[in-house]
Ligand binder design. Structure first.
Ligand SMILES: NC(=O)c1ccc[n+]([C@@H]2O[C@H](COP(=O)([O-])OP(=O)(O)OC[C@H]3O[C@@H](n4cnc5c(N)ncnc54)[C@H](O)[C@@H]3O)[C@@H](O)[C@H]2O)c1
Length: 310
């Protein structure tokens, strides 16, 4: 397939492009390279890979690519609650308006597979399990933008929404503001952490399983289309404290303290069911432990001092 990926130079995109190219697809990325120019260098050798440096809002720069694509994967966004609150207008235009305008340019048959977020579930009651039919309760501006887009997406004939859990794992454009990546980094570098909201429970998914799932959606599109799917590890609805204890297995002198010094802007505290995507035949390949081992290998080799995009 000819696939257009906006924001393809980012954390998820730079891994996804590699996975989809390996499946034989032709990929064009449109990205304004907010986080530097190197994350896609390893793909330029491939004749099926093309890159256009542009803001997604400047449609005239990639009008032709929109027309000829069989599938569009819109990843370009200001990602996460903090950056959206710091850039209110820009996040609104990038995350919402430009995606709506993109949909308007597509024919009904052009496929859109889009990552949304399970942060929209907000805070659940004790032992409450959220599935795709649960009512959303987005709290942050970011989660709200994703909910609005998902509603528009579901009005299209040829679309799938993947409500991603918090992603972890290594990528050419590394993000340290994601929970597993961040906690593992703190364990390695500081040997200590102060947890806030330590009993808050979240769901997680490895970055390569995310990329593999987009490929799974393409392979099974007729069966899966016009649907929303949670995408996370079913055995990993973990509290922050449980996650830290897992990391401590690999860094025994990791000191875990807790104090409510901050609050999560999305108030994410939920158990998520991933049964629906599993029933389509999708199986994850990477566990949280695999991710922690991978991240420790990465952090031992390179030094990361800054948080990804906070
Ligand atoms: N990483 C996660 O845990 C997670 C979870 C749920 C959903 N998502 C969604 O997945 C998508 C990708 O997230 P990510 O983690 O790779 O984030 P990222 O910040 O690493 O990537 C975003 C990319 O979009 C590009 N971009 C931003 N604004 C642009 C603009 N106006 N024009 C062109 N390019 C622009 C950036 O340069 C960057 O390469 C986002 O839509 C995000 O909301 C991510």
């Amino acid at each position: 397939m000819k696939i257009l990926i906006t924001g393809g130079a980012g954390y998820i995109g730079s891994v996804m492009c590699e996975v989809l190219l390996n499946e034989g697809h032709e990929i064009t990325v449109v990205d304004k390279l907010l986080y530097g120019p190197n994350s896609l260098n390893h793909l330029f050798y491939n004749q099926k890979f093309n890159f256009i440096k542009s803001d997604v809002r400047d449609f005239q720069n990639y009008q032709r690519e929109i027309k000829k694509s069989d599938c569009i994967i819109p990843l370009a966004a200001l990602v996460g609650a903090p950056i959206c609150d710091q850039n209110i207008e820009e996040s609104f235009i990038t995350n919402e308006i430009s995606v709506i305008n993109l949909f308007k340019k597509l024919s009904n048959d052009q496929i859109v597979i889009m990552p949304t977020t399970n942060s929209g579930y907000g805070s659940g009651k004790k032992n409450q399990i959220f599935d795709e039919n649960s009512k959303l309760n987005p709290i942050s501006r970011y989660a709200l933008q994703k909910e609005i887009i998902e509603k528009k997406l579901m009005r299209r004939k040829s679309s799938i929404s993947l409500r991603l859990a918090t992603v972890f794992g290594s990528s050419p454009r590394m993000r340290l503001d994601l929970l597993v990546n961040d906690f593992t980094h703190k364990a390695y570098k500081d040997k200590s952490i102060i947890l806030f909201e330590k009993e808050y429970r979240r769901n997680f998914i490895h970055i390569r399983d995310v990329a593999r799932c987009f490929s799974h959606c393409l392979d099974n599109f007729d069966m899966m289309k016009k649907n929303i799917y949670n995408l996370g590890l079913s055995d990993s609805n973990l509290t922050k404290l449980e996650l830290c204890k897992k990391i401590k297995k690999y860094i025994p002198d990791f000191v875990i303290l807790s104090k409510n010094i901050k609050k999560d802007l999305d108030k994410r505290n939920y158990i998520v069911s991933n049964k629906k995507i599993e029933l389509t035949g999708f199986k994850t390949q990477f566990s949280i432990d695999d991710g922690i081992i991978e991240l420790l290998k990465l952090y031992k080799s390179f030094k990361y001092y800054e948080n990804g995009n906070i």
